[in-house]
Design a protein around this ligand. Sequence first.
Ligand code: ADP
Ligand code: MG
Length: 324
Amino acid sequence: MRTGHDLELVHVTKRYGDAVAVNDVSHLFRGGSYVCLLGPSGCGKSSTLRMIAGHEGVSAGSIVLHGAEVTHLPPARRGTAMMFQSYALFPHLSVRDNVAFSLRMKGVDKPARHRRAGELLELVDMARHADRLPSQLSGGQQQRVALARALVTDPQVLLLDEPLSALDPFLRVRMRAELKRLQRELGIGFIHVTHGQDEALALADEIVLMNDARIEQAGPAREIFNAPRTEFVARFMGGHNVIALPQGRFALRADDVRLAPEGAEAVVRAVEYQGGHVALTARMAGEQELLALIPEAAFFADPKHPGDAVRLAWDEGRLHRLHA
Ligand code: ADP
Ligand code: MG
């Protein structure tokens, strides 16, 4: 059963003066799903998110939540909420009062808002720190408080703009598992902006990949990774080679390239140990460089070094045609 409310962007454009930050974007965000809005810096992710939140007006187009147009409603009346970076917590308010803040603005009485704040702090496992000030918390703990603060208004869609970027890599991986768990438990939609393809692959039911103010490709994470439509998608998602052949351009997953005696001649340019795999870059005839991800054990059974002549092979069926 699908819960949560669909959110739809219909021909949404955002201009800042002459510059077009979001160019005629249409997309249906399915209710209750975890969507990652992915793309390089400057491609229009935050502008899109801010328009959904209502912190930024649209230049053209409309935004529809659960069948109702919300394009011109103020942020607090849309059914969406934005999770702000943890440094946006009020430093002089306790954790409890930070979480209860928007309820106070709505005129909810103190016992009721403290009860609700308590429930949310429970949800993010921070109830025991309710009386602390933000400065008395670790980065990860502040992040949880920011999350509870955004959820206190019972949004149908939670909007998160690079929520993990301020955390160290270890904490980032832990927090992202936490976000995923919370989204499942709440059953509401999350729209999570990130420029990290690994983060999007790890989290998203659907990835919406933006490039230059437009959606380049949208679909389930495995579809975006395995069937990139364009060279941009293949290169941005990583782990692929883009090969030019007389019939056109093709993507080939790096883990589909192997060292094999019957393969094409190449010279090793670089070798990088990555743990489970070794990333070997080699140059073939015609300057074409190929990346091969070789399982650790196979590589070290017969290790290669820069300058070595090798042969590379792959199954023709694994070539995936790209569109211009
Ligand atoms: P992203 O979040 O993907 O990095 P943004 O949505 O922040 O991208 O920005 C998209 C484009 O719009 C960029 O070229 C950026 O410089 C421009 N932009 C963003 N906000 C403003 C603003 N308030 N005024 C003018 N230009 C802006
Ligand atoms: Mg941004």
